[in-house]
Design a binder for this molecule. Structure first.
Ligand code: G6P
Ligand code: ZN
Length: 549
């Protein structure tokens, strides 16, 4: 088969963001657009980790959104033309993000390409994305993504070949040019990993004895995973997994597991006959939301509860080495870490900051307020893993509801009452102006009283990685108050239009009597103080946030 060298010219803007290159499908459909980026990846990873690209083995799969299959065929032809030895592809072109991480690690691959735009909508007019994960199964570090971007700006040609399309639906081995294509069951390795971590016998017994779970796959990638694990292996009744068939446009919805987008699930969990556990995951399967009957578990509390109950899961029975959380995530996990006598690391927003801590064995569990939880079992956050962890805990604490578990946790550790307010689609200059003005005021804030709260400390969060010494600055404005309340202001790094201001609010409540109640009510004074401090209405023209989680 002849290898073709196709002349091309660079595209501006092929800079991978927090989680790879994300653009509208129409952008990716331009001739050479995907090819340029993929060639840049291949050029940069040749020699990375002392492994040449020639003869290397890579994983490939995506969340099944529109353009997934087309992109996979393009990438396979290019991989063959670039001398890749073996591509391990999920059947149907599918692999959830955590499953891809699992496959890279388990099969000892050089890395992998994951096709996804996470929780963004899919379809011909919506989003597509591609990212490269390295040998440890985690997202490529910034040095690598910067090198990929630099390469896209100087590219002159890419390599491909003419060949019949690979049959992505047929399990087993095929060849493409000189390359082996191995189509694998996308669920098997991941399901085996979950069986090694959690008490499947206890969960099976609990489900047989009447515990009920409902999981909303949101027509995204976790449908096949959840069906296999929850229904087939654990015996949950058929239909326990909602919206289980991955659709190219996710049924027209946002596949984002939060109170705003998972309305169907929220309605079920508010019924009088609600199941014991309600959960959802996102487009590519790395996010999660946990609900109980009339109970919402904030991602921050979820991390803390998992950490406090970790020994109930066989994979964590020997204890955890440490916890890591992103800075805007509440300090609930810190209290558990302190009780356990293990460190708690505070990192900037973004899962990639956990990689070094996990690799070095300093942290076992990690979590972010943005509905991400995970552990050292892979190097991505893992939605279904979190759901199974909760189910494992419920199975081992019979008779207790999700609400009971939360109440007991708060009674022991205190409650970090928490809310996030998002102001979306803001004028970028106005949003930046708000941040700049607040940043300028930070040094003068300590000692001042705002809405009844006295500022103890205020800073612009900066981080030095304790493992490799790398630094990150400008990661969010923190205002800490006497008595433990905190506000954090950040601009989203993942939006595609305008700017999104995120305001993270929390205060500590030690008194069990005062812990019950809705976070918005319990935080009302702090919310008002935050609006005044940053002059949100004046600078954004918004009277209220668009999304509250
Ligand atoms: C992605 C990353 C997360 C991160 C989130 C932050 O989902 O995978 O690790 O927490 O983005 O998003 P934001 O919009 O707040 O920058
Ligand atoms: Zn995701």
């Amino acid at each position: 088969m002849d290898i073709l060298s196709v002349p091309t010219t660079p595209f501006e803007g092929q800079k991978p963001g927090t989680s790879g290159l994300r653009k509208k499908v129409k952008v990716f459909q331009q001739p050479h657009y995907l090819e340029n980026f993929v060639q840049a990846v291949f050029d940069v990873i040749d020699g990375l980790d002392d492994l040449p690209l020639a003869g290397a083995a890579l994983a490939l799969g995506g969340d099944g959104r529109f353009f997934n299959r087309t992109a996979i065929q393009t990438i396979l032809r290019m991989a063959a033309a670039n001398g890749v030895g073996r591509m391990v592809v999920g059947q149907g072109g599918l692999l959830s993000t955590p499953a891809a991480s699992c496959v890279i690690r388990k099969h000892g691959l050089k890395g992998g390409l994951i096709l996804s735009a996470s929780h963004n909508p899919g379809g011909p007019d919506e989003d597509f994305g591609i990212k490269y994960n390295i040998r440890n199964g985690g997202p490529a570090p910034e040095a690598v993504t910067n090198a990929i971007h630099a390469r896209t700006l100087e590219i002159e040609s890419y390599r491909t070949l003419e060949a019949e399309a690979v049959d992505l639906d047929r399990l087993g081995t095929q060849t493409l040019g000189g390359m082996t294509v191995e189509v694998i069951d996308p669920v098997a390795d991941y399901a085996a990993l979950m069986e090694s971590l959690f008490d499947f016998d206890a969960m099976r017994a609990a489900l047989a004895q009447g515990r009920r779970v409902v999981f909303d796959a949101m027509h995204a990638i976790t449908g096949p995973y959840a069906r296999e694990i929850l229904e087939n292996r654990l015996g949950a009744p058929a239909g326990s997994v909602l919206n289980a068939t991955p659709l190219e446009d996710f049924g027209g919805h946002h596949p984002d597991p939060n109170l705003a987008h998972a309305k169907e699930l929220v309605a079920i969990m508010n019924r009088p006959d609600a199941p014991d556990l309600g959960a959802a995951s996102d487009g590519d399967g790395d996010r999660n939301m946990i609900l109980g009957p009339k109970a919402f578990v904030t991602p921050s509390d979820s991390l803390a509860v998992l950490a406090a109950n970790a020994p109930l899961a066989p994979g964590y029975a020997k204890g955890i080495a440490g916890i890591a959380r992103s800075m805007p995530t509440s300090r609930a996990a810190d209290r558990v870490a302190e009780a356990l006598g293990v460190p708690c690391f505070e990192t900037p927003t973004g899962w990639k900051f956990f990689g070094t801590l996990l690799d070095a064995g300093k942290a076992t569990l990690c979590g972010e307020e943005s509905f991400g939880t995970g552990s050292d079992h892979v190097r991505e956050k893992d939605g279904l893993w979190a759901v199974l962890f909760w189910l494992n805990i419920l199975a081992r604490r019979p008779g207790e509801s999700v609400g009971d578990l939360l109440a007991a946790h708060w009674a022991r550790f205190g409650r970090d009452v928490y809310a996030r307010h998002d102001y979306e689609g803001l004028d970028s200059a106005a949003a930046q102006g708000l941040m700049d003005a607040l940043k300028a005021r930070l040094p003068g804030l300590p000692g001042q009283t705002i809405g009844g709260f006295t500022v103890a400390q205020a800073d612009d969060f900066a981080y030095t990685d304790p493992v490799d010494g790398s630094t990150a600055s400008g990661q969010g404005l923190r205002v800490m108050f006497k008595g433990g309340a905190r506000m954090v202001f950040r601009l989203s790094g993942t939006g595609t239009s305008g700017a999104t201001l995120r305001v993270y609010l929390e205060r500590y409540e030690a008194d069990p009597e005062a812990q019950r109640g809705d976070a918005q009510d319990l935080l009302a004074d702090l919310i008002q103080a935050a609006r005044e401090l940053a002059d949100i209405p004046g600078r954004t023209g918004r009277a209220a946030p668009d999304v509250i989680t």
